[in-house]
Design a protein around this ligand. Structure first.
Ligand SMILES: [Zn+2]
Length: 329
């Protein structure tokens, strides 16, 4: 059996439709492997469809741009170059002509590239989204491997790295100024607010990480603070930053709480080890905040004390151990 896959592009005017063949698949015996499309065939099909569609769209756009919108005359061409545009379904090479502005608009001859100005970013938004999302969860190399497993993607580590940092910088620039206190309004106003949702619970912890400078893997230390905010409905958001390096740590946490619908009349429970840096972060975010030492950090200290007690002579050791167990519970 043979399956031919064609694409028919119809334009609005009376021109004849464009027919292009995308793929020809042949099958003999039916086996689990030959039933339907294989991954490679699907990727090829997507890449060919994308290429045909993008070429037609770009051609039509350029054709429209060639006509002056004021007098209808054709604008002369100054030359053309190629633009590389990365999409979820392949790397496209777009023909981008340079056109002169029409003489009816400007006496001095100037030129522009309509496609280059239409696509200032050379990565399609959906590809940028997926790349950034995955690269923020795993290495750049793994991101490319996993995406190319299922999609006809052609990209490299440098591009993913550059794009991720651009997006990160943009979201950082969108953060408003840091403040010391985020509690807004007065208790009388808070009483008039709608009934708040169930309390939000925020767990915060910090740890020290070896810094690296060039080949030197022990270039001092830095403190990383991470946390998770969970609403009563179970919506979770994580955050993290490097202490002393991030200039807006409190704003970052405040924005997360805002996105989770925090109101000034809502209880927020902060769980932490009570360390100075995490305490500074959680104060003055809400008037109804509760600050608790979390179970993990409390028991960790008791575990250490029980181990110390084991070094004592038998009788006092057992006595202390019993007391510590009671304190724990
Ligand atoms: Zn004109």
């Amino acid at each position: 059996m043979k399956v031919k896959i064609q694409v028919i592009v119809e334009s609005k005017n009376d021109e004849a439709p464009i027919v292009e063949e995308l793929a020809e698949l042949s099958r003999d015996d039916l086996t689990p492997e030959t039933l339907g499309l294989t991954l490679d065939e699907a990727k090829n099909l997507l890449a060919n469809l994308q290429s045909t569609m993008v070429t037609q769209q770009v051609d039509q756009y350029v054709e429209k741009q060639r006509r002056c919108t004021h007098c209808g005359k054709s604008r002369p061409r100054k030359g053309h170059h190629q633009i590389v545009y990365r999409t979820l379904f392949g790397k496209m090479k777009l023909q981008s002509p340079r056109l002169y502005t029409c003489a009816c608009q400007q006496e001095k001859r100037q030129s522009e590239s309509p496609i280059a100005s239409l696509l200032p970013e050379r990565t399609a938004p959906e590809l940028l989204y997926l790349q950034t999302k995955w690269a923020s969860l795993m290495s750049y190399g793994l991101t490319i491997d996993r995406l190319s497993d299922v999609l006809p993607i052609e990209t490299n580590v440098a591009t993913v790295y550059r794009n991720l940092h651009k997006v990160a910088q943009r979201t950082d620039n969108e953060l408003e100024e840091e403040r010391h206190i985020y509690i807004d309004g007065c208790p009388r106003d808070w009483g008039n607010l709608p009934r708040p949702d169930a309390p939000i619970t925020v767990g915060i912890d910090g740890c020290y990480v070896h810094a690296r400078e060039g080949e030197n893997r022990k270039a001092g230390w830095f403190e990383v603070i991470v946390g998770k905010s969970i609403t009563g409905e179970g919506d979770k958001k994580c955050f993290g930053f490097v202490n002393d390096y991030d200039s807006k740590p409190k704003r970052r946490l405040f924005e997360i709480l805002q996105k989770q619908g925090m109101q000034m009349n809502q209880t927020i429970t902060f769980l932490s080890d009570g360390g100075d840096t995490v305490r500074d972060l959680q104060f003055d975010l809400s008037p109804l905040a509760e600050h608790l030492l979390d179970w993990f950090h409390v028991t960790m200290r008791i575990t250490i004390m029980r181990q110390m007690a084991k070094g004592l002579p038998n009788e006092p050791s057992q006595e202390i151990d019993k007391k510590l167990e009671r304190i724990k519970w």
